[in-house]
Design a protein. Structure first.
Length: 377
């Protein structure tokens, strides 16, 4: 059954209170109010897991469209921080093996050298501290933005892709590919248009630069990368959605050229793709396309701030204008092995966190491309 919401959170009394406090109270009073809203004397028990463990063989988390400049009192009021802290909680309860950023890592014009240290502290180290190694040659310049000591972190590889806003500054792509890892060694961005990362347990993550100029040569590189991936499970991660239009409208609306480019490469590669994972739309969506390769498409572009979903889509099984992230797991064994993709909703503001993100959609696909809604009775 299709489920869709057009707002991320209802205007509840706590949300209204937080917004009024943010607008009217001075900093000291705001901090006190936040403490009152989010705790009960500081002795609340740890939150229960938001969903049962799926006993994965290999897992990753993904979100996109994350890098907006933070508003004042970011620890309490910034959406990127809310999503980051919920991903950290999810990892503590059900550990993962990788984190993927799906592009638009630095709004509005990409990363600039003159402000690089400041932006890395604000948009990378602070929100994703839990996942990061900070032992690189320039890590000392950003580490104080990380609120956790090393013993409390769970460093995993962080795979990042370029989005359209990351290209607005001429120096941004090279800085993201070459300079960021000197500050945050966990960070990895492909040097070319496509790279396959073998995460183990049969999961091939294909990092695809969907913003790069399209040509026969670049398409051939994608074909060879897909054909050479080990599998049997394959996930393409990119910034641009392929099964949905520019504003979320009719099937393949506005991007027919890109659709032909990608689907032709998949057909020529001759291997099954089980999931296409993207951002760009500032929302959370799951689309099911039975019989196509790939059959599942997930948009996880609610990494910082959300926008409305403007139109219906015939393949959409879940859609909401909300903050959140996706999780991908390979589970089971033998004939029962499946790739499972889940969407989680995060609170609009960190101050509204209830302790764990909410599981809102979960679908799986088997080795034959057959899909299933895992939350249906």
């Amino acid at each position: 059954m299709f489920r869709m919401r057009t707002v991320g959170y209802a205007i509840t009394a706590p949300l209204l209170t937080a917004l009024v406090l943010a607008a009217l109270l001075p900093a000291a009073a705001l901090l006190l109010a936040a403490a009152l809203l989010t705790s009960a004397g500081g002795c609340s028990p740890a939150p229960a897991p938001s969903h049962p463990a799926v006993d994965p063989k290999v897992s990753l988390l993904a979100t996109g469209d994350t890098g907006r400049r933070h508003r004042p009192f970011a620890k309490l009021l910034e959406g990127q921080v809310a999503v980051g802290q919920e991903m950290a909680r999810e990892d503590r309860q059900h550990p993962v093996d990788a984190l993927v950023l799906l592009g638009d890592n630095f709004y509005w014009d990409g990363l600039r050298r003159a402000e690089m240290t400041e932006r890395l502290r604000e948009n990378l180290v602070f929100p994703y501290c839990h996942f990061l190694r900070l032992d690189g040659p320039r890590s000392a310049e950003v580490e104080s933005a990380c609120p956790l000591p090393p013993a409390q972190r769970h460093p995993v590889p962080l795979y990042a892709l370029l989005g359209n806003h990351d290209l607005m500054s001429e120096e941004s792509p090279s800085l993201q590919r070459e300079a960021v890892a000197k500050f945050v060694p966990s960070w990895h961005m492909p040097a070319g248009t496509v790279e396959v990362v073998e995460l183990g347990s049969g999961l091939s993550l294909v990092l695809f630069d969907s913003e790069a100029p399209r040509s026969q040569e670049s398409q051939q590189r994608l074909v060879l990368a897909l054909a050479g991936s080990r599998g049997p499970w394959r996930v393409i991660a990119a910034h641009t959605p392929v099964a949905i239009g520019e504003e979320g409208g009719g099937l393949y609306l506005h991007n027919e050229e890109f659709v032909r480019y990608l689907y032709d490469a998949v057909e020529r590669a001759g291997v099954p793709i089980h999931l296409y994972l993207s951002g760009h739309h500032h929302s959370q969506q799951l689309l099911e396309l039975p019989g196509e390769n790939p059959p599942l498409h997930v948009i996880a572009g609610g990494g910082a701030r959300f926008r409305p979903i403007r139109e219906e889509h015939p393949a959409r099984r879940y859609g909401a204008s909300e903050l959140g992230f996706a999780r991908v797991d390979v589970t089971g064994s033998g004939d029962s092995e499946r790739l499972v993709v889940s969407l989680f909703r995060a609170p609009t503001l960190p101050v509204l966190s209830k302790g764990a993100a909410e599981l809102v959609a979960r679908w799986s696909v088997d080795s034959q491309g057959r899909t299933r809604d895992e939350l249906s009775p």
